[in-house]
Design a protein around this ligand. Structure first.
Ligand SMILES: Cc1cc2nc3c(=O)[nH]c(=O)nc-3n(C[C@H](O)[C@H](O)[C@H](O)COP(=O)(O)OP(=O)(O)OC[C@H]3O[C@@H](n4cnc5c(N)ncnc54)[C@H](O)[C@@H]3O)c2cc1C
Ligand code: SF4
Length: 576
């Protein structure tokens, strides 16, 4: 029987008072912590008689090391990091400055270069980075200020007092597969905080609790997502220059699916212009449940243009992560009684530019300014923290996202309609046919097998698992090996399925168990079981999980909840 992870009941938990707890040490959380430290230091030197302490400010990060769970493309728009650290170029790990960009439309065998690069994909002035290295660097700066970063600690529950968030409970450690305490059991802490800041990245698990509890999304469009599947390659020198950026649209996706690919060139450790970051982002609003985003990347690499670039090279890393696509209208309120939400958790991502790092950093800075005001006033009620909402709305975050507020919704009826709407929106400052285009949640687009051609029709080449030739293309398990993923095996499943009967009786028949396809890490399997009405039963390999959150997002019955596993477990995205 499957046992799912939940806080152990009936234990006394250590209580720890805190001023500010930031959940998530990605670019948003780290920028928030660093800005808060800067403001406190400035205050303390100006006011020797009323000192503020940084001792009770904590960042919780579920990865064993800072940056280990951070995966991105990544191109950095330096606007916000320049505001945070004006001389960041001196010591930040920047792989290359963008020198050249191009956008191609691919068919199965050919490529067409767009005569002009659309303005939102012009990247001169941006940097190619590894987000993993960048966040490590930022995290070291946070630790140097005296703020404690607890690595290997996940925020697993929010603590409430009526309608107020009053803290965060961290994960219980040392619980076995059956949910029993092991000899090394350690209960999670109750961090009782004046201000709780959620910076968990896309589909944050505490953010989801908060949004559901207070019905925060009731006036927003449903958030929509894409999943990016990425590989890092070492290729023979000279294939792509460090600083060269290529975007592609089209093949292997058809005009019915939303998505596209990136290819970025980096110098690599030996400065030989030989590291290639490439990946394919598939919108999680496709119709055919047999589609497999990991396979989409494998198909993409077989395009002659890409295959030639990678020929003779070696894949060195793999990973996957979701990203919020919904834009401005999908952002819930971002501040309330005792809480604020930042970065991808709030949905601050510009999907037209495939960029969110700069927005995550800026939102972290604005939240830090608000938290600082709350500490000075000793008041973290909604009245004080709602200043964050106003700061976002009067900042360049809104200015940037407002121009693309309807972009993704314009593609809900396919690529041609999407291109028409995009053109119109560009002329009308983002408006298009109306100020606010509606949206449906991505999983609502998934169709039952009975409504789809048995042979897959135009999508046939995208369906089912990739076999892999072991050189250019890989099956999921081979790819997964390169993600460095590790978890404590003896723990309850952190993929919580609220009703496994639905998997075994309805989903297998109606949708053919799409979890087996959309999970990029082979976590979900339907195994033979003669006692089940359809002869199959759901089985899980939670230790394979790369924390991409796709299952929580794309499951058509919405019965999967991703909760953090025991802190420290997960991928090792070194260099990603
Ligand atoms: C494939 C892909 C390509 C992208 N390319 C680009 C690009 O080229 N340029 C760009 O600007 N943006 C890009 N983005 C978007 C960008 O990566 C994000 O917008 C950005 O990382 C968001 O930062 P964040 O701090 O909000 O979240 P994250 O970077 O996701 O960081 C969240 C952190 O919180 C931790 N965490 C989560 N939950 C908990 C918890 N409960 N307890 C403790 N810790 C927790 C995670 O381990 C992680 O370290 C890309 C995204 C993807 C997926
Ligand atoms: S189990 Fe869910 S979160 Fe984990 S890798 Fe698979 S789809 Fe992603």
């Amino acid at each position: 029987m499957l046992i799912f992870r939940k806080p152990v009941e009936g234990v006394e938990r250590p209580q720890m008072p805190a001023d500010v707890v930031i959940v998530g040490g990605g670019p948003a959380g780290m920028a928030c912590a660093l800005r808060l430290a800067q403001l406190i230091d400035a205050h303390n030197s100006a006011h020797p008689d009323s000192q503020l302490s940084k001792e009770n400010i904590y960042v919780l990060e579920k990865a064993r090391e800072i940056g280990q769970h951070c995966l991105s493309g990544a191109l950095l728009d330096p606007r916000s990091i320049r505001e945070l650290l004006p001389d960041f170029e001196k010591d930040a790990p920047l792989d290359a400055k963008v020198t050249k960009e191009a956008v191609y439309f691919l068919t199965e065998k050919s490529k067409f270069k767009l005569p002009i690069t659309p303005p939102f994909l012009r990247d001169h002035g941006n940097y190619i980075i590894s987000l993993n290295k960048f966040v490590k660097w930022l995290g070291a700066k946070v630790e140097a200020t005296g703020i404690t970063v607890f690595t290997g600690f996940a925020g697993s529950e929010l603590l409430f007092d009526g309608d107020r968030v009053v803290g965060v409970q961290t994960d219980d450690k040392g619980v076995d597969k059956e949910g029993h305490r092991k000899s090394n059991f350690e209960p999670g802490y109750d961090l009782r905080a004046k201000v709780v800041i959620l910076a968990e990245g896309p589909r944050g698990s505490l953010t989801k609790q908060l949004i559901q509890k207070f019905d925060l999304a009731k006036n927003a469009n449903p958030q929509t997502y894409g999943v990016g599947v990425k590989e890092l390659w070492e290729v023979p020198s000279g294939r792509i220059a460090a600083g060269e950026v290529i975007y592609t649209l089209g093949w292997p996706l058809t005009t019915h699916e939303y998505g596209g690919a990136w290819i970025y060139g980096s110098p690599g450790s030996s400065s030989k212009d030989n590291v290639v970051s490439l990946g394919y982002v598939t919108g999680l609003d496709y119709a055919d449940p047999r589609l497999d985003p990991q396979r989409v990347l494998q198909d993409f690499k077989q395009h002659p243009f890409v295959a030639k670039l990678l020929e003779g090279g070696k894949m060195i890393r793999y990973g996957a992560k979701s990203m919020p696509y919904g834009g401005w209208w999908a952002i819930p309120p971002v501040a309330g009684n005792g809480w604020m939400i930042l970065g991808d958790s709030a949905g601050f991502l510009n999907s037209a530019r495939l960029k969110g790092i700069h927005l995550a950093i800026k939102s972290g800075m604005l939240a830090a300014e608000t938290a600082f005001e709350a500490l000075i006033k000793n008041d973290s009620s909604a009245a004080t923290l709602s200043a964050f909402q106003r700061k976002v709305e009067s900042s360049w975050i809104k200015e940037e996202l407002w121009k693309v507020r309807n972009l993704h919704q314009g593609f809900e009826h396919g690529m041609y309609a999407g291109m028409f709407h995009t053109a119109l929106q560009m002329i009308t400052g983002g408006r298009g046919l109306r100020n606010r285009y509606p949206a449906k949640a991505g999983y609502e687009h998934m169709r039952k097998l009975s409504d789809l051609p048995a042979d897959g029709g135009a999508e046939a080449h995208l369906l089912g698992p990739a076999k892999g030739d072991g050189k250019l293309t890989f099956d999921k398990l081979t790819d997964l090996y390169h993600s460095g993923t590790k978890h404590e095996e003896d723990q309850p499943s952190h993929l919580v399925i609220h009703d496994t009967n639905i998997c075994n009786t309805k989903c297998v028949k109606e949708f053919g168990s799409p979890c087996q396809n959309f999970c990029p890490a082979n976590v979900y399997e339907m195994v033979e079981d003669a006692t089940q009405p359809n002869g199959k039963r759901i089985s899980l390999n939670p230790s394979n999980c790369v924390h991409c959150k796709t299952c929580d997002i794309a499951d058509p019955y919405q019965i999967i909840t991703w909760v953090p596993p025991e802190g420290g477990g997960g991928p090792n995205y070194d260099g990603m």
